[in-house]
Design a protein around this ligand. Structure first.
Ligand code: TXA
Ligand code: MG
Length: 331
């Protein structure tokens, strides 16, 4: 099993040394845990793909410390700069045309000619970026196809002996992956929804399109993959619980019944989680992946999920749940 080391200054220094030496390290961010490596180093980047069993055609996000550093790797015109100034550091990944001589490993960008960049807000991630002075490639720290990890324990459960060092800093504040915004084309387009919504972006970006799954010709290779999927089926918009199901609730379950008799309130602890008893969408986002993992047990037939309002970060929660329910299995 990997070492799980609390993010003290010494641990951050050790992680920085490992990254500079070409190793992979799992790191906390405010969205989800990432599996980081030096983005300039082909061998280090190859280790990420191997540890995650990630298909080579799915490109990685590069994390940077500031806009000046980003400038080494991509062309930044006034619109992206305005958006960076407004939303960075934060849960927004921006795709831009990559510079010819960026030095970024070719393995990482899957020869798309573009690069996805994010400046994280998490203090430990920022300290690490500063200590290494490197652009850090970091996809979510989970085996490809599994839900993203939002705690050090989930990183260890998902990647196990494929990695050796987890820089641990508790549970992630947001709990869902960053919004991915493509600014490499004429129309700003969201390729993955997240905490930052189209509505948040429009005052800066003008009209924003959302394109999270054109299966014929996906803009984001990751859109093709079976993502965020528990092993057992997921049933959405449940208004009752069927025999043998587990319940992932949102808000009150006072009036929720079990088909054939009984109340959802009587479900055993192992078959019931509530994303947010107060119907708070931010709390629900934080809990989503942990609770899906908790309920993903072979003794349950299905995970029944209550309706979640399609507003704010609820849009991103519903996108993840929709993929989990669909079980797209193309990869
Ligand atoms: O919150 C996050 O974004 C986390 C933390 C660790 O920063 N990272 C993350 O990375 O979720 P990953 O690799 O699991 O998801 C990145 C997504 C993938 O769907 C990938 O296909 C897409 O971004 N992507 C990366 N580079 C791209 C590019 N140049 N063009 C289109 N899509 C790209
Ligand atoms: Mg991922």
């Amino acid at each position: 099993m990997p070492r799980i080391v609390i993010a003290s200054p010494d641990a951050i220094a050790e992680a920085a040394n490992l990254l500079k030496a070409g190793e992979v390290v799992a790191i906390p961010t405010e969205t989800v845990y990432g599996l980081a490596a030096n983005a300039l180093d082909d061998e280090a980047v190859a280790k990420i793909f191997k540890a995650k069993s990630r298909p080579a055609h799915n490109p990685l996000i590069v994390h940077i410390a500031d806009i000046d550093q980003a400038e080494n790797f991509v062309h930044i015109t006034p619109l992206p700069r305005k958006i960076m100034n407004a939303f960075w550091p934060g849960a927004l990944t921006i795709i831009l045309p990559q510079k010819e001589n960026s030095g970024i490993s070719k393995l990482l960008s899957a020869e798309l000619g573009t690069l996805a960049l994010r400046m994280p807000a998490h203090k430990t991630a920022r300290a690490l970026l500063k200590a290494t002075n490197l652009p850090l490639a970091a996809p979510s720290a989970n085996a490809s196809g599994e839900p993203s990890a939002t705690t050090p324990r989930h990183v260890a459960d998902s990647l196990g002996d494929n990695i050796s060092f987890i820089l641990a800093d508790g549970a992630c504040d947001i709990g869902l992956e960053s919004t991915v915004l493509d600014l490499s084309d004429d129309v700003p387009t969201i390729l993955r929804t997240g905490a930052i919504t189209a509505q948040d972006l429009e005052p800066y970006a003008g009209n924003v399109m959302i394109d999270t799954g054109n299966k014929e010709k996906p803009k984001s290779p990751g859109q093709l993959l079976k993502h965020y999927a528990p092993k057992i089926p997921v049933r959405l918009n449940a208004v009752d619980v069927k025999p043998g199901e587990a319940l992932l609730a949102f808000g009150s379950i006072t009036f929720m019944g079990i088909e054939g008799g009984g109340s959802a309130k009587d479900l055993p602890e192992s078959a019931y989680r509530n994303l947010s008893k107060d119907a708070d969408l931010e709390e629900a986002a934080r809990n989503l992946f942990t609770m899906l993992r908790d309920l993903d047990r072979p003794e349950h037939k299905t995970i029944a999920v209550m309706n979640i309002p399609d507003q704010g970060i609820g849009i991103a929660i519903n996108e993840r749940l929709g993929r989990a329910a669909e079980k797209q299995d193309i990869s």
